[in-house]
Design a protein around this ligand. Structure first.
Ligand code: IMP
Ligand code: MG
Length: 174
């Protein structure tokens, strides 16, 4: 079966949107330091681009969580594969995700990280599929809302491939 990727958002569109979110975060966090937490692996492309567009001081940390179950559906059971290096006490935290789908991963992470005593905790995601939500997750900064389609690129994978695409697309088979 041949695979191709149909473009949903071009590199230029993604760059422009990330720049806008960076400007908004810079305004909202004036006078503060933003502690960005990248959810690996998918969030890494978005986080580095976003961090470059934020003009207030930024610190970074990384964590990796995997949900048990099939590769295209999340089961709601989240395993922490790599925890943060730094404590969150009194930090202004923004969790950076590639996509919020059912919301299960994020609702678990927000609760877990919120218990570590940050001064504030917010969430940004490059993509949001609101129609798929099964838990109540409030996203503070959203790149794009998208329909219920399986997307790749800009950190998002299909069976670990396509993360490196500089645009966001949908895998099609013919
Ligand atoms: P949630 O717990 O259902 O919100 O799962 C979110 C995770 O599922 C994301 O961090 C992705 O790793 C993965 N995921 C959900 N939708 C897609 C998609 O369209 N393309 C690639 N990965 C996806
Ligand atoms: Mg992810």
């Amino acid at each position: 079966m041949a695979e191709r990727v149909r473009v949903m958002f071009t590199e230029e569109e993604v760059d422009k949107r990330i720049r806008e979110i960076g400007e908004q975060i810079s305004r909202d966090y004036a006078g503060k330091t933003v502690h960005l937490i990248c959810v690996l692996k998918g969030g890494s492309f978005y986080m580095t681009e976003l961090a470059k567009r934020i003009t207030v001081p930024v610190t970074l940390d990384f964590m990796s969580a995997s949900s048990y179950g099939s590769s295209t559906k999340s089961s709601g059971v989240v395993k922490i594969v790599k925890d943060l290096d730094e404590p969150l006490k009194d930090k202004d935290v923004i969790i950076v995700e590639d996509i919020v789908d059912s919301g299960r991963t994020l609702s678990y992470l927000i609760k877990m990280l919120g218990d570590r005593g940050p001064k504030s905790i917010k969430l940004t995601t490059l993509l949001d599929k609101p129609d798929r939500r099964v838990t109540d997750v409030k996203v503070d900064y959203t790149g794009f809302e998208i329909p219920d389609e399986f997307v790749v690129g800009y950190g998002l994978d299909y069976d670990q491939r396509y993360r490196n695409l500089p645009y966001i697309g949908v895998v099609e088979f013919d």
